[in-house]
Design a protein around this ligand. Sequence first.
Ligand code: SF4
Length: 70
Amino acid sequence: MAVTKVWVETDNCTSCEACVSSCPEVFEMNNDVAIIKAEASNADFLAANSESIKQAAQDCPCEAIKYEEA
Ligand code: SF4
C-alpha cells in the first residue's frame, strides 16, 4: 500500500534525528522537531517513498511519525 499522508506529532518528537538519517527525502529538522519536507505534499512523491516512510515510523522511538495509506 502507498502512503497517502504523513505527519509528525511534534509534541512527541524528542529531536533524535533518526528519521532524518534514515529518510532524508521526506524528513528534516526545524527548531528541534522533525517536519515533513514541502516536496512530500506531492502524492507521487509520497508513494515513491512509502517503504522508507513506514520504516521511519516504525523506527521512531517516540511513535511520533504517523501516516495514512491506501
Ligand atoms: S525519529 Fe521520531 S523522535 Fe526522532 S526526530 Fe524523527 S520524529 Fe522526532
